[in-house]
Design a binder for this molecule. Structure first.
Ligand code: NDP
Ligand code: 2IT
Length: 444
């Protein structure tokens, strides 16, 4: 049996209930075939793949807190410290009721290769909780964050593990987490990124994932001899990534006609009115359906996803596996010719196969959404030198990093004879740096 198949079998046998983790490992390992086959004996002897699919550490802990009715609640917290070969563990925290060990491990595993692609010295990690922030008061959110940090603080540090935001964790939650870390340790250090500007945050971190997604998408489109301007774009989600993806897409002249949340999607044929969307989501923290109250020409489709809407470009920015095989078929048959992933693993393996068979432009998450963590690493640099850079400076570096990622991905794909296969390119380019560091550092 080939080395890759052997390791895949082991991962399935050792983690039988972790379907998202198995999915992420399958996607990565399958596309590493060209590299592994070239050096199969060496990698097998070093057990490099067995090591790369096994987290260095999985921390799971109790998070007790008291709700506004005086009832004590208990949630489960996680931090998966997956790989520190090229830098301190780095990756977001997700607060969502669906969180479990499989989702934490798939996200941390993806993060290893994404962080490697940024070219910055950051390893792979992820954390979070099955806590559901929806409908919770400000006091409940703060209490939860404090209790979460009461355990997490002993596992993190500016030079060892630096968490940030993800679904359900934004600047508000990072603030409460930071305050509690400082209270417990007495250290004023860059232990979290995505902080507000008043206590060490970086300009452009809020925008970074969405803007970065559009920088690399625009580059991919231009290199294919096309242009984004005037094109119809379908976006899912209406959180941090989606909002700033829509903003940059509009600045580049694209027409974004949808956004969504877990209750359904909005279709606005005139183009999404971003001021309205920001008010609903960032100020009022309301459902996306509120949009039709101020934009009466728009339509709300309850409990549906936007993938049947005719478009040129699709940008999934909500969550994992939001595009399945049928959604992918609908997109392609309606003429969609470009997909770039703002969310982590938004396409199922079957959906990716459909994109590849149709030979559309497809930029996978670990390259497409790396702008967020890249600017997090720039926030770490600013914290270390106790300086704050201008918006223009951070945005310039973000753009440069995204263009460099595009180059690395295309060069790696070409090197192994898979021109324009950016899945293979991203996985190989991300893997090579981590593998080299692991090999050099010995059996650890
Ligand atoms: P937010 O919490 O700001 O927004 C999440 C959005 O996705 C909301 O509109 C939410 O709707 C929707 N959503 C979440 N879960 C589901 C679900 N199960 N079904 C349908 N819709 C859902 O998170 P972000 O924008 O930060 O994250 C979005 C995606 O981008 C995630 O995959 C995340 O991992 C990824 N990402 C985030 C980065 C960042 O810097 N924040 C960086 C790189 C990737 P609702 O409010 O109804 O739940
Ligand atoms: O998935 C991701 O890359 C993030 N949620 C951002 C991680 C970070 O450390 O900024």
């Amino acid at each position: 049996m080939s080395y890759i198949n052997e390791v895949l079998e082991k991962v399935k046998k050792n983690n039988p209930h972790e379907k998202e983790f198995i999915q992420a490992v399958t996607e990565v390992l399958e596309s590493l075939r060209p590299v592994i086959e070239k050096n199969e004996e060496k990698y097998r002897n070093l057990a490099l793949l067995e090591r790369i699919v096994e987290p260095e550490r999985v921390i799971s802990f109790r998070v007790p807190w008291q709700d506004d009715q005086g009832q004590v609640q208990v949630n489960r917290g996680y931090r998966v410290q997956f790989n520190s070969a090229i830098g301190p563990y780095k990756g977001g925290l997700r607060f969502h009721p669906s969180v479990n060990q499989s989702i934490m491990k798939f996200l941390a595993f993806e993060q290893i290769f994404k962080n490697s692609l940024t070219g910055l010295p950051i390893g792979g990690g992820k954390g979070g909780s099955d806590f559901d922030p929806r409908g919770r008061s400000e006091r409940e959110i703060m209490t939860f964050c404090q209790s979460f940090m009461n355990e997490l603080y002993r596992h993190i540090g500016a030079n060892s593990d630096v968490p940030a935001g993800d679904i359900g964790v934004g600047a508000r939650e990072i603030g409460y987490l930071y305050g509690q870390y400082k209270k417990l340790t007495g250290q004023y250090e860059g232990v979290l990124t995505g902080k507000k500007l008043s206590f060490g945050g970086s300009l452009a971190r809020t925008e970074a994932t969405g803007y970065g997604l559009l920088y690399i998408t625009n580059e991919m489109i231009q290199k294919a001899g096309k242009e984004l301007k005037g094109k119809t774009i379908v976006v899912s989600g209406s959180g941090n990534v989606a909002i700033y993806a829509i903003e940059k897409a509009q600045q580049l002249g694209g027409k974004v006609v949808t956004c969504s949340d877990s209750s359904g999607f909005i279709y606005d044929e005139n183009g999404i009115d971003l001021d309205t969307l920001k008010r609903i989501k960032l100020v009022d923290r309301e459902r996306v359906s509120e949009y039709v109250k101020s934009n009466s020409n728009a339509k709300f489709y309850a409990n549906e996803k936007p993938w049947k809407v005719k478009c040129d470009i699709a940008l999934p920015c909500a969550t994992q596996n939001e595009i399945d095989e049928n959604d992918a078929k609908a997109l392609i048959s309606n003429g969609c010719w470009c997909i770039a992933e703002g969310a982590n693993m938004p396409s199922t393996l079957e959906a990716i196969k459909i994109y590849q068979d149709a030979a559309i432009l497809f930029m996978p998450a670990k390259a497409a959404n790396a702008g967020g963590v890249a600017v997090s690493a720039l926030e770490m640099s600013q914290n270390s030198e106790r300086l704050a850079w201008s918006f223009e400076e951070v945005d310039r570096q973000l753009k440069q990093i995204m263009l460099e990622i595009y180059n690395k991905v295309t060069v790696a794909a070409d090197r192994y004879g898979h021109h324009n296969n950016f899945v293979i390119g991203a996985n190989i380019a991300g893997f090579e740096k981590v593998a080299d560091a692991m090999e050099s550092q010995g059996i650890v």
